[in-house]
Design a protein around this ligand. Structure first.
Ligand code: GLN
Length: 481
């Protein structure tokens, strides 16, 4: 990758501030605001300060610096960090301290980034509001009575409230893009296989991807550059050469033809969201983008397919939390069977149990074909619909979420309503494609996200349109916090 330091790291050379001063400015804000926002579950004060000191020594010695030297990064709490508690916002992993770093963390450290802490999320990344966290919900800095979205809600809040400049999230069905939309940020779900999943606690392995969240497109491209690339430890990671995303952002904009996905932009989309979305489409057209409508009929079934496939994979992935090797264990049980049962009954929250039951049922003999098999067929149809659309269009667009950030408590007792929040983001995961959410404008003072979807490994083009859109929308970031 090209050796261009992140703009924050460049400040150290201009003598504007030191890495420790930069970190401390964030730590002060974290101490002040985290108790009300609940963005971080763990703040790694000591490790972060010693990392900052190391960068300082490197600067003094004149050593080569990594591109993220001294830049604090907030990390979602389902990404393993050696020596730092990784809870997945679950009671079952409350005291779990990984003995290794996820590949994305190794890559961040190799570029001298500073892991400032671990962020709140829906338990095991299952949810759309961060309310399924065993450690209380995060609050949206634009309105503290509202959800920041989920499941990477803590990462979104950390960046939106200036408790970190950059963050990592994970996206299985929208968990980077929807909280980015709800908090007025940019968030990218990379192509499946672009970023290693090694050390990401598995939810639904055929869908999970780690990705960047930031306040602008350039920062997202920067962070993706650092974390992308083949990893022999993840057999689903691709051996492709990683393009220079930042250089792509500087290339002259080529004329593009963009398809507005009818199924994701019409029925079910809140009026205020639709108005901002239509306004945004006009700005793109003004900027010379050809905008047309396209229909992808199989999307009608995407949500149903996802809510069979994701729980099915989750029920298998979560079988490992049995109280034997690590994590919470019930010590009162009389025998091993009771220990398994009580550990899981006490350690998992309601939504995780619901997913395990749904998934186990969908995979059970006699129902497998009717549920899991059918869902996989829908997945194929969705991929085919996308392929057809990309024969005609460079990129596809839609709102990122059907509503503005909803009130805390509004949907948490109604799983179906909660699942509907993912209607615009889920088809992308089922097809393994890249998609970004960028802030388009406000509806009733709350941010509305604009989603851009590309074909596999088309991140350079996705970033190009996102940058053009960012300029065309000129979104003003002003959370009331
Ligand atoms: N909200 C979706 C779910 O609950 C997506 C979660 C995710 O992307 N991790 O499954």
């Amino acid at each position: 990758m090209s050796k261009r330091l992140h703009p924050l790291a460049q400040k150290f050379f201009k003598g504007e501030l030191t890495p420790s001063e930069l970190l401390e400015s964030y730590l002060v804000r974290i101490e002040k605001h985290n108790p009300s926002l609940n963005a971080y579950l763990t703040v790694s004060f000591d490790e972060a300060l010693s990392q900052a000191k190391k960068v300082e020594e490197k600067i003094v010695r004149g050593d080569d610096l990594g591109v993220l030297a001294g830049v604090p990064v907030a990390v979602k709490d389902n990404i393993c960090t050696e020596g730092i508690r990784t809870t997945c916002a679950s009671k079952i992993l409350e005291n779990f301290i990984p003995i290794y770093d996820a590949t994305v963390i190794e890559k961040l450290k190799a570029e001298d980034a500073i892991i400032v802490g671990k962020t709140n999320m829906d338990e095991f990344a299952m949810g759309s509001s961060t309310e399924n966290s065993a450690f209380g919900p995060s609050k949206n800095p634009w309105d503290l009575d509202r959800t920041p979205g989920g499941s990477s809600g803590g990462s979104a809040v950390a960046v939106a409230a200036d408790l970190a400049p950059l963050a990592l999230g994970s996206d299985t069905g929208g968990s980077i893009r929807q909280p980015a939309a709800f908090c007025g940020l940019v968030g990218l779900k990379p192509t499946y296989g672009l970023v290693s999943r090694y050390g990401l606690v598995a939810f639904a392995s055929s869908l999970d991807q780690v990705g960047p969240m930031a306040k602008n497109v350039a920062d997202c491209a920067f962070l993706l550059q650092v974390i992308a690339g083949h990893d022999p430890k993840d057999s689903t990671s691709f051996p492709n050469e990683v393009p220079d995303y930042l250089a792509c952002l500087e290339e002259p904009f080529k004329k593009m033809k963009v398809g507005v996905v009818r199924e994701l932009a019409g029925e079910g989309i809140e009026k205020g969201v639709k108005e901002v979305f239509d306004w945004a489409l006009n700005r793109l057209a003004d900027a010379g983008v050809i905008v047309e409508e396209v229909s992808l009929p199989s999307f009608e079934y995407a949500l149903s397919a996802y809510y069979l496939i994701a729980p099915a994979e989750a029920s298998s992935n979560l079988a490992r939390y049995d109280g034997v090797r690590y994590g919470y264990r019930d010590f009162e049980a009389k025998d091993i069977w009771e220990m398994y049962a009580k550990t899981r009954a006490e350690g998992f929250g309601a939504e995780v149990k619901r997913r395990i039951m749904l998934g186990t049922y969908a995979l059970s003999a006699g129902y497998y074909e009717a549920y899991y098999g059918q869902a996989q067929k829908i997945r194929t149809l969705i991929i085919q619909d996308f392929n057809r659309a990309f024969e005609q269009y460079d990129l596809l667009v839609s709102p990122t979420a059907p509503t503005v950030p909803f009130k805390l408590g509004e949907k948490v007792d109604d799983p179906l309503q909660m699942y509907l929040s993912d209607v615009c983001t889920i088809p992308v995961n089922l097809a393994g494609l890249p998609a970004i959410s960028i802030p388009a404008g406000l509806s009733d003072g709350l941010p509305v996200g604009f989603q851009i979807i590309g074909s596999s490994f088309s991140e350079p083009m996705v970033f190009q349109l996102a940058k053009l859109a960012e300029e065309a929308f000129s979104f003003q970031f002003k959370p009331s916090y």
